[in-house]
Design a protein. Sequence first.
Length: 133
Amino acid sequence: MFIIRAHHLLCVLGFKGYGYSEDFIDNFTKIHKEVKKKSTIIKIVCEKDDVCKCCPKLRTDCLEDINPGNIDKAVLSKLKIAAGSIYKSETIYRKLTDCIKVDDLDVICASCPWLEKGWCKQGLKKLKDKLAV
């Protein structure tokens, strides 16, 4: 089981192999690969998670920079689920595509410096297109 912050569900969709350090990138690459499998179990939280554990910004200014807790709460609200919920990845990503519009990321992720790259929006759109078939 992976423990994933609610907003990291969106980050997984846009992950391109870039990040804050080599340890962070290696860790996120592993998580990205596993979470894409349909049967992976994910516990969704609103606190430090398996992605955060290798982030060098966690020990410095992450919480002040983007206030990830607020982004997590916004995602949880859109999904209409509580922190601590456990899902198979295919179920939570189906729910994500049903409940979150691509343009919602402009509001949900407004404080995230990665938003401007557009990768998460592209990833969400691609997933929506794939699941619509």
